[in-house]
Write a new protein. Structure first.
Length: 131
């Protein structure tokens, strides 16, 4: 259950509607998802978050699918169910296959395991890794 009301388009202020319209246009979707509707309770945070996300997730040195897969990995590490589901759906829409998803989960699981071991062992960092 949401900790704040979800702001629907018809109830939104003009400032919120403008951001919602940009999200819908940019993502080519009929409605914004619940994350944005929750953020709309604070229009400044909604706008700031959307602008930053739009900039970071645009095609650049990393392609959009790679960025979505990284987002999935970070969302798993942060235990954000909403983001795991949202970005898995986005990655699938950008072409992620079942095989890629399974391999991604294997890498995430392995990284979590070796991170925990490295943290527990407190092994000194090799000099060639420090650049």
């Amino acid at each position: 259950m949401s900790t704040v009301p979800l702001i629907q388009y018809e109830d939104a202020s003009p400032e919120v509607r403008a951001v919602f319209d940009d999200i819908k246009r940019t993502r080519n979707v009929p409605d914004v998802n619940n994350f944005w509707k929750a953020l709309a309770n604070h229009p400044e945070t909604l706008r700031r978050t959307w602008e930053a996300l739009k900039e970071v997730m645009r095609p650049a040195a990393l392609d959009p699918l790679t960025k979505e897969m990284i987002y999935i990995a970070v969302s798993v590490a942060n235990n954000c169910d909403y983001c795991i589901h949202s970005h898995t759906a986005a990655a699938r829409a950008k072409g992620m296959t079942d095989a890629q998803h399974q391999e991604l989960l294997a890498v995430i699981g392995m990284a979590a395991q070796t991170n925990a071991l490295a943290n527990a062992l407190k092994a000194p960092i090799d000099p060639q890794f420090l650049r």
